[in-house]
Design a protein around this ligand. Sequence first.
Ligand SMILES: Nc1ncnc2c1ncn2[C@@H]1O[C@H](COP(=O)(O)OP(=O)(O)O)[C@@H](O)[C@H]1O
Ligand SMILES: CC(=O)N[C@@H](CCC(=O)OP(=O)(O)O)C(=O)O
Length: 300
Amino acid sequence: MKTFQHPALAKAESVLEMLPWLIRHRGQIAVIKFGGNAMVDDELKAAFAHDIVFLHHAGLKPVVVHGGGPQISAELDRRGLVSEFRAGLRVTTPEAMDVVRMVLAGQVQRELVGLLNQHGPLAVGLTGEDAHTITASRHWPEIDGELVDIGRVGEITGVDTGAIEALLADGRIPVISSIAHSQDDGHVYNVNADTAAAALAAALGAQTLMFLTDVEGLYADWPNSREVIGQLTAGRLEKMLPGLAGGMVPKMAGCLHAVRNGVDDARVIDGRIQHAVLLEMFTDEGFGTVVVPDEEEGTP
Ligand SMILES: Nc1ncnc2c1ncn2[C@@H]1O[C@H](COP(=O)(O)OP(=O)(O)O)[C@@H](O)[C@H]1O
Ligand SMILES: CC(=O)N[C@@H](CCC(=O)OP(=O)(O)O)C(=O)O
């Protein structure tokens, strides 16, 4: 008997191509950090939300951590306040902290929760303050041999995954803002969102940590070349870290922390590409930079 090929056969084939990835990722926790610089436009943000909802329905447990650096800077600017960064971290006065909290928890997080919930009652937003999810103490970075005061910037001292795990068990998608509570002094602290995502990924026992940013991945010789490093081991990354600069420092330090603390792989991918998360998780077209534990050198 002759088989009949439906005109839409190619569609069935592309659905089937996902099968090995669906089997591989089922039940996995994926922490996905959406950088403020990757939130380029409404279409891209909507595509990101769609991808996260797809992961959820594909049987993964996505946890979204979001940034918002440029959005905070814009609001500070609107209020006539300056944005100063030291050692890659925003100098955060108590007045600026109010703006950080308002922009991250009140604007960026709300927008992402709203976009996710267009697909059903899925997303619940929280900040690190809620249920002591992230606790911190005041961070004093060392610059030129001296400890420098950069205000209400927190160094993570603890992660309590209870609230996130309860949400995951309830079939929700947690969306987390990188703000922490301090048990030392009762203040609220501004935490770099990359650092928060990495700490959460390790504490949750996530399989994957993914950073969506505004470059293709880690460039080997930035800013001189645009050659992306496809894969690197924790050991190689550790040697490279002191030579890195700018926004890549917390991302790559976060990748290292994650894979050294039980996360299978940590990725930096180009969040400006529509459906970057889906392409990375469910196709062979891996792009960006993946960091793997030392023993996995050579594994795709
Ligand atoms: N080696 C490198 N490879 C790629 N980008 C780098 C590198 N070193 C520094 N950068 C900078 O890091 C930026 C990404 O970090 P950041 O601005 O904090 O983004 P996000 O908002 O996504 O966290 C890039 O736009 C680039 O300017
Ligand atoms: C201490 C510190 O610098 N906190 C960051 C928090 C937001 C963030 O990290 O956002 P991106 O991921 O978009 O850069 C800030 O105030 O900009």
